[in-house]
Ligand binder design. Structure first.
Ligand code: ADP
Ligand code: ZN
Length: 437
């Protein structure tokens, strides 16, 4: 039997004009639903002087007020609820990377559409009934495990609900049960690859063929690294708890940007300073409006993720708009001696220079000036190099980083395995400057 290419073909390949019409129809209804049921958002709209009758379609989207993370903290826990709580069947929560956790609530229909999105992502990387999908994202409040688990069931794949952690058992099951698709954070995928090598396995000895990695930023360099160590194709998946979870967008066989599930989520790019919508192709902050969600239907939610959208046709046949890999969220951006630096820029230099994604950035302050140190693991085969050689390598890596960032860190090459591995989202920045303020 020929493999299916899409999970919901009619929707995934719908002509763009039709998608826009559908979005307009849904938007009008959704704004009314929210206005009638969420007093907090009604107040925001009233303050802006906009009524549901002013929204005739997506061309009026810009008239609506934004929702920000601070609004969600203010309305915690149930202030954004748009249906009776008795209609809700699930709570999930953010991983709390940037402060107090935000909770999200779902009706059964909300769960269904979220799992459909994850199923689209799985089919897009070639998963079907014959596949064994190992879900090594954390299960529990975090959306990673639940989302891909549900998606895998919908596709009909055999699902291995591993959750994260217990790396040896992960690898044993992967081999014994013949996992063909791995879902986890990219940092955990890199760790699994490293551990597999240590156990003496070469990539051709494992049946894995694809991986769906997301929930944190990762670079193209890291993708190539993971593809080589695991012998797979590595695909990106994006999502956030506030909008549903993983699967808001996902990569197809082209591995060139993630298709946003546009029938459910209306995307915009805005100038993060002024809030003005930007034309397609310009870099800015990603904003989402939930078109179908019932319980927690955020309108114009500011993600703080920085990226670019494109409508260029994709050879996979999907018509949904694509977003580039977010280079990090505006919260991840470090300002070091006045220069803007993203961890992803550092990661791409390290891997290009032959190091791994095991690194740590430490920021401090001495005499009112920022200190900037990057700790990087030496590849095992270079561990025995002379002090002189290692010092020379530190210097040359520092120079490569300076060229990329416009500001030079002090590089410390440390023995293999001395930087903590991550089973979920990696924490790579330790900023101690605030302690000295
Ligand atoms: P938290 O905000 O606590 O981390 P979530 O677990 O919901 O909560 O994470 C959502 C965020 O994770 C996104 O807003 C984005 O910053 C990041 N993220 C998710 N997937 C990706 C991806 N594929 N690439 C880069 N960043 C991602
Ligand atoms: Zn595509």
């Amino acid at each position: 039997m020929e493999k299916r290419k899409y999970y919901q073909q009619a929707i995934e390949t719908m002509p763009v004009e039709e998608i826009k019409r559908l979005q307009s129809e849904k938007l009008v209804k959704q704004v009314k639903h929210v206005y009638e049921h969420v007093p907090y958002y009604r107040d925001l709209m009233d303050k802006k002087g906009v009524k549901p009758e002013d929204i005739h379609g997506i061309e009026d989207l810009h008239k609506l007020p934004f929702i920000e993370k601070s609004d969600l903290r203010e309305t915690y826990p149930y202030g954004m609820l748009a249906v009776p709580l008795s209609e809700c069947v699930r709570i999930q929560s953010t991983s709390g990377t940037t402060g107090r956790r935000v909770i999200a609530y779902y009706t059964q229909k909300d769960i269904d559409l979220w799992e459909d999105c994850c199923a689209r992502a799985l089919v897009a990387v070639g998963a079907d009934k014959d596949d064994v999908v190992q879900v090594s994202y954390g299960y529990g409040l975090f959306t990673g495990g639940a989302g891909l688990n549900g998606g895998s069931h919908k596709v009909g794949s055999l699902t291995l609900p591993m959750s994260s952690g217990n790396t040896e058992r992960q690898l044993q099951f992967m081999i014994d049960l013949g996992a063909t698709v791995l879902c986890c954070t990219p940092s955990y995928a890199a760790y699994l690859g490293e551990s597999l090598k240590e156990m003496g396995y070469t990539p051709d000895k494992i049946p894995l063929k694809a991986g769906i990695f997301g929930a944190e930023p990762w670079t193209q360099e890291m993708r190539r690294d993971i593809e080589a160590t695991l012998g797979i194709k590595a695909y990106d998946i994006y999502g956030l708890t506030e909008i549903s979870g993983p699967g808001v967008s996902y990569e197809c066989s082209e591995q060139n940007g993630m298709h946003i599930c546009e029938d459910h989520f209306l995307a915009e790019i805005i100038n993060p300073e002024t809030g003005e919508p930007l034309p397609e192709g310009e870099k800015g902050e990603l904003v989402f409006t939930c078109l179908d969600k019932e319980a927690f239907p955020l309108l114009r939610y500011r993600t703080r993720d920085i990226c670019v959208l494109t409508r260029k046709p994709c050879s996979c046949g999907r018509t949904h708009i694509r977003m580039a890999k977010p280079m990090g969220r505006s919260d991840d951006m470090m300002i070091i001696r006045g220069v803007n630096v993203f961890p992803s820029q550092i990661e791409s230099v390290l891997i290009t220079e032959g190091f791994t994604s095991n690194y740590e950035i430490r920021l401090g302050r001495v005499n009112n000036s920022d200190t900037f140190d990057v700790y990087v693991e030496l590849p095992p085969e270079q561990f025995d190099d002379s002090v002189k050689t290692i010092t020379a390598k530190e210097k040359s890596l520092a120079a490569a980083l300076r060229t990329m960032l416009g500001i030079g860190p002090t590089v410390h090459l440390v023995p293999p395995k001395t930087i903590a591995r991550s089973e979920g989202k990696a924490k790579r920045v330790i900023d101690e400057r605030k302690l000295h303020d």
